[in-house]
Design a protein around this ligand. Structure first.
Ligand SMILES: Nc1nc2c(ncn2[C@@H]2O[C@H](COP(=O)(O)OP(=O)(O)O)[C@@H](O)[C@H]2O)c(=O)[nH]1
Ligand SMILES: [Mg+2]
Length: 370
């Protein structure tokens, strides 16, 4: 088969062409780079779900049930597995065959184990490429299953849209052990084998751990209980995955627009506690555009979004002496929101002038630190 044929069939979702393409990137054979060059423009439609956890946690069982659930919803699901050592999977090729039998041999589900031979750096590259190939082949969901050890696998999971960490009851020590690498990459946590003792305790321990640190994006990862072997909790897992996907999509919406459309760069993000707002700063010339996002429902920005559904919120101007500027505006009879300056982003002193005094523009005065 010549390469144009391979590509055409790949984009139609032909399983053999998908398999051949993945083998190409896996072996790093010649033509792999060219293949990926043709594949990349076709990617970006699949939702990529990373599933990680200790060996035996039930990842493969969970992935299969989740894939079946998606398939029943009429979706096409691709699975990339990089734990071919699992006794359940019985080695890469045999394991894939057994799993295919469970999942149903049709065009809507594709499963592939990646060989772990060779260097791990190569494995993570090949895995990321395999995910792109499945994305380009028209799969709606691509699930990547990895054992939650090692930096390389953390890197793979990080490239997923949604990362799911699988735990089992009574592994308090393990929670401590994997905390370092895996905990912070979990967007959704699963306590699988919820048919066993110690579920509540594990859930409490996990909640305590998750409560210790706030993520920069303020997402609170949900904890879902499942019994993979009995297909219990799969719908809840799917809902949790969707809710995080929607969250991070909304999250990156405006930022993506300004960076994609105008090539602006987000140089700084921070939460301004006082205003209950998260700010992204994108310099443009000598000025900058600041994107604002509420961090709670009673943030002034929440009210603004509720009323106006987005738009320009305010204009900020830099002043040398904010106290003097406020005094001057006040003496001119202008209505101020802040009589006294307060702390804004980057620790600057800020104060707002009421739109009634400025032809309807909310005006912020900023005195920068040197
Ligand atoms: N009791 C119980 N056993 C499970 C559950 N999920 C998976 N298992 C079993 O746990 C073992 C390991 O499962 P597997 O999916 O291979 O785990 P992986 O190594 O994380 O991929 C298998 O024998 C499964 O049948 C569950 O929810 N409850
Ligand atoms: Mg497995």
């Amino acid at each position: 088969m010549s390469d144009p044929d391979l590509l055409a069939k790949l984009f139609q979702g032909d399983p053999r062409s998908i398999a051949r393409s993945i083998t190409k990137v896996e072996s790093g054979s010649e033509g792999a780079a060219e293949l990926m060059k043709a594949v990349f423009p076709r990617t970006g439609n699949a939702i990529v779900i990373g599933i990680t956890g200790a060996p035996g946690a039930g990842k493969s069982s969970l992935v299969d049930k989740l894939a079946l659930y998606y398939k029943d919803q009429g979706e096409k699901v691709g699975i990339v597995c990089i734990d071919p050592s699992s006794p359940f999977s019985g080695g890469a090729i045999l394991g894939d065959r057994i799993r295919m039998a469970t999942l149903g041999m049709d065009k809507n589900v594709f499963i592939r184990s990646m060989a772990t031979r060779g260097n791990l750096g190569g494995l993570s590259r090949a895995t990321v490429d395999a995910v792109s190939i499945l994305d380009a082949a028209g799969f709606d969901k691509v699930i990547v299953e990895t054992v939650g050890v090692g930096q390389d696998e953390v890197e793979i999971v990080k490239t997923a849209d949604v990362s799911v960490v699988v735990l089992v009851p009574g592994m308090g020590d393990d929670i401590q052990a994997i905390k370092a690498g895996i905990m912070e990459i979990g967007d959704v946590f699963v306590i699988n084998k919820a048919d066993r003792e110690g579920v509540i305790r594990t859930q409490k321990e996990l909640e305590a751990l998750l409560g210790l640190a706030h993520r920069p994006d303020m997402w609170m990862p949900p904890i879902v209980r499942t019994v993979a072997t009995e297909s219990k909790g799969i719908e809840d897992l799917s809902a949790a995955i969707t809710s995080y996907f929607d969250f991070q999509k909304a999250e990156t919406g405006a930022l993506k627009f300004w960076s994609d459309a105008l090539g602006l760069e987000n140089v700084h993000t921070e939460i301004v506690e006082d205003q209950k707002v998260r700010v992204a700063m994108l310099p443009i010339g000598e000025s900058r555009i600041e994107l604002l996002e509420p961090t709670s429902e009673d943030s002034p920005i929440s009210k603004f979004l509720e009323k106006r559904g987005g738009g320009i919120h305010h204009i900020a101007v830099e002043v040398d002496d904010i106290t003097a500027s406020l005094a001057k505006l006040k003496s001119q009879g202008m209505r101020l929101i802040d009589e006294e300056p307060r702390i804004g982003a980057e620790g600057c002193l800020v104060a707002f002038v009421h739109p009634a005094a400025t032809n309807g523009v909310l005006l912020e005065l900023v005195q920068t630190n040197d």
